[in-house]
Design a protein around this ligand. Structure first.
Ligand SMILES: *[C@@H]1O[C@H](CO)[C@@H](O)[C@H](O)[C@H]1NC(C)=O
Ligand SMILES: *[C@@H]1O[C@H](CO)[C@@H](O)[C@H](O)[C@H]1NC(C)=O
Length: 403
């Protein structure tokens, strides 16, 4: 067991040391509108380490922040410029999805998808800066690779014959290719560094997440459910592992998860302020194995511990039940005395109103944390569209050449 712990800590540190950060923008255009709620003809979004940071769609036509720190740290000018840049990209996609449909001999009126993703990856250096590690800029049509930029050789790669014409056209402009390389290696990295800084500073002032392990009896006699609820998460970068003795339990072993869900929203309801996650496993009350949880948040183990043995928990439950029973009997006694008094006082009026008696509602004694979990609902559908701030300049500087 000791070596297991050492091993876990080692992997944890070695992962934290080489944490790669990614800034990515994704733009998705459909060839025609579809009647599906939450799906738009054009969507764009920025993603920082798997977290959406901004969003745009063809309905609202406004680039909006998706992280509180984005709205706090970037001024109106940033969002205005971003909005007009996204609007012009929306036009570019409209024209170019049609060009591609023609080239593919796809009939007019069909539903097709053109997507553009670009971004960069940075690796933390000992001096705290981020060094460029990789960059990508690629287009896909109907989910298949269409064209991608090779930053090493400063040229476009065409995996399908229909993309060759575009490759020739774009490679013809070395200025454009140098701009693309410059964007990925410098501009994108500058934004990545800036955003990481904003996010970190924002996160440093945030309280640590709340970790609530608890055991509950179930409807099935002889069984208990062990829950580990983690709340107040400011990013989705969280993992909850459940161990039986030293074995990492998986879904195949019966671990269930709520998934990471928003739990608090910003005042205007558009951004998730915090997230929560609950993992559970049902076990036999008689199970003598040791069950432990481990919460890894943003690369660090923030909480680890074990659940009380079910038998002990049963003992606690018996004591609590006993106390509650005594309290209940006392309350019952008081109510009975008051009720009698009231009956004698209001006997006649009670009899009169007999025909219109109120329905008494009893509160289900649901676990408060479970109630909280059920309330959560995603407000906006988030289709898979994406976009980058300054990459926008990238091709518009050269008129964002058509395919
Ligand atoms: C589209 O049709 C033209 C003319 O019929 C043909 O030359 C071309 O190969 C076709 N392209 C594809 C992608 O099927
Ligand atoms: C434990 O298992 C889960 C589910 O298979 C997995 O996601 C997680 O990475 C594992 N954790 C460790 C520390 O191996």
């Amino acid at each position: 067991m000791g070596s297991g712990v050492v091993f876990l800590m080692f992997t944890c540190f070695s992962m934290a040391g080489s944490e790669i950060h990614t800034l990515e923008y994704i733009y998705t255009a459909l060839s025609k509108p579809v009647e599906v709620p939450g799906v738009y003809e054009f969507t764009a979004m920025g993603i920082l380490d798997n977290e959406q940071i901004d969003y745009y769609n063809s309905k609202e036509k406004t680039k909006i922040p998706r992280q509180t720190w984005m709205s706090q740290r970037l001024d109106g000018n940033y969002w205005d410029k971003g909005t007009s840049s996204r609007k012009s990209k929306e036009q570019w996609f409209k024209v170019n999805v049609e060009i591609l449909m023609n080239r593919m001999n796809h009939s007019k009126g069909g539903l097709h998808v053109l997507q553009w993703r670009h971004g960069c990856q940075g690796e933390p250096q000992p001096d705290g800066t981020l060094a460029f590690r990789d960059g990508f800029d690629q287009y896909s049509y109907d989910g298949g690779d269409f064209l991608s930029f090779d930053p090493k050789h400063l040229q476009w790669v065409a995996p399908v014959s229909q993309a060759r014409a575009t490759k020739r056209k774009w490679d013809d402009s070395q200025t454009l290719n140098q701009y693309t390389e410059g964007y990925l290696k410098r501009e994108c990295m500058d934004w990545l560094t800036k955003f990481m800084g904003y996010g970190e500073k924002g996160l440093k002032n945030q309280p640590a997440p709340g970790v609530y392990p608890h055991a509950k009896t179930t409807k099935t006699p002889g069984k208990v459910i062990l829950h580990c609820l983690v709340t107040g998460l400011h990013t989705r970068d969280v993992e909850v592992d459940i161990y039986r003795n030293d074995d990492n339990m998986t879904e195949a072993d019966g671990v269930t998860s709520t998934g990471i869900r928003p739990s608090e929203f910003s005042a205007d309801g558009t951004m998730a302020k915090t997230y929560q996650l609950k993992k559970s496993i049902e076990i036999l009350k008689s199970d003598l194995d040791i069950y432990r949880y481990k919460v890894t948040y943003r690369g660090d183990v923030t909480a680890a511990g074990k659940w009380e043995a079910p038998k002990l928990e049963g003992g606690h439950a018996a004591i609590i039940c006993g106390v509650l029973l005594v309290v209940f009997i006392i309350i019952l006694g008081i109510v009975a005395v008051l009720f009698r008094k009231k009956i004698s006082e209001n006997c006649i009026s009670v009899l009169r109103s007999f025909g219109s008696k109120d329905t008494v509602t009893t509160d289900g004694s649901s676990n408060p944390t479970d109630t909280e979990m059920e309330k959560q609902n995603l407000t906006n559908g988030e289709p898979n569209g994406i976009s980058v701030p300054e990459a926008e300049k990238l091709k518009s500087a050269n008129g964002h050449a058509d395919v």
